[in-house]
Design a protein around this ligand. Structure first.
Ligand code: LMR
Length: 333
């Protein structure tokens, strides 16, 4: 784990590279883009697309270095590194903003709040999305875009078809109190853990199960260590692409404009491939045959919805009843 002193040294280096970058002939401005998933995922591919477009549109004035798979930092550390300026860009899952003190983002974790991508986009592409980004400013962070991943599958080594099946299971979650409440509502025992540690924890039985969209489950090979999975689509997992605000606002205006264009196009690309990537990952896991996948019947889905509905009320104080209402108004649900 990087020490604060090491991070401070990196901050100095980042500031220096920015100063030197101003003249046309100077060394490029370096954007370190750190993330925790595999390159072959919607986020991994989106990051590479942004790199290509950013370097093209700035005529090489900017170099984007993409670090996938928690190579530089794990979940919690990467947010600290961004605030300190040791990296300039991240795309954490929306379920990881609570520890920063912006709990309203956990609205995205509420069970069954988004029936599909269309409803989700009414939030991420509308006023609620902007309102949430505004909450990041006093944390030294600027939000640039929302990137899709997908709807989650529940997995374990025993069948997880009905809420009763979760009783006593240790389930890995991201650092979201809403996800903890969701697992508690199912009678499971939630355990917060960094993404990079999940495979091993499943393999060794430190936890019994987890939840993730198929693209993450497949690219982390979780299907090799989970015998059962239910395609429950009970919750959504997506990202906010965020930057260190001081770094972003300190960029020459023309460079920032070019980067905004690159981000807009990378966002269209990433959000355009997310569903297909998840469908393909699910098909690949089914073909691998190591996990038995179950689709919920209507009756089973109704039981899940009933078991998880109280979480909305329980978490209203934490997320903000106004934020939940704004999301529901935007989606029309
Ligand atoms: C997780 O920790 O399960 C996800 O947030 C990983 C990711 O970034 O998709």
């Amino acid at each position: 784990m990087p020490t604060r002193r090491r991070l401070a040294a990196l901050v100095g280096a980042a500031a220096l590279s920015l100063t030197l970058a101003a003249p046309a002939t100077a060394a490029p401005i370096v954007i370190k883009f750190s993330h925790v998933v595999a390159p072959d995922t919607p986020k991994g591919k989106g990051a590479v697309k942004f790199k290509e477009l950013a370097e093209t549109y700035t005529n090489g004035a900017v170099t984007v270095e993409v670090y996938p798979n928690s190579q530089l930092y794990k979940d919690k550390e990467e947010l600290e590194a961004l605030q300190l300026g040791a990296v300039q860009m991240l795309a954490p899952s929306l379920a990881k903003f609570g520890p920063l003190g912006v709990q309203a983002f956990e609205v995205f974790d509420l069970p069954y709040i988004f029936p599909d991508y269309e409803a989700l986009h009414k939030v991420t592409e509308g006023e609620v999305g902007k309102m949430l980004f505004a909450k990041l400013a006093d944390k030294g962070i600027a939000g640039l875009a929302y990137w899709d991943n997908g709807f989650k599958v529940m997995s374990a080594n025993s069948p997880v078809r009905t809420p009763d099946d979760f009783l006593g299971l240790k389930m890995r979650i991201q650092s979201s109190k809403v996800l903890a409440a969701q697992m508690n509502a199912l009678g499971a025992v939630p355990q917060v853990m960094a993404f990079s540690e999940v495979y091993q924890a499943l393999q060794t039985g430190v936890v019994d199960g987890t939840e993730n969209p198929p693209s993450n489950m497949f690219t982390q090979k979780m299907h090799e260590v989970q015998k059962h999975a239910t395609v429950s689509n009970h919750g959504y997992l997506g990202y906010a692409v965020i930057v260190n605000k001081q770094f972003w606002e300190g960029l020459p205006a023309d460079v920032r404009t070019a980067l905004e264009k690159a981000m807009a196009e990378a966002t269209t690309y990433a959000n355009g491939i997310a569903k297909d990537e998840n469908d393909a990952a699910l098909a690949a896991m089914k073909a691998a045959g190591t996990t038995t996948f179950h689709d919920l019947t209507d009756k089973e889905r109704a039981a899940w919805i009933k078991a998880l509905a109280p979480v909305h009320q329980q978490m209203a104080g934490r997320i903000g009843a106004d934020t939940i209402a704004a999301v529901k108004a935007a989606t029309g649900k």
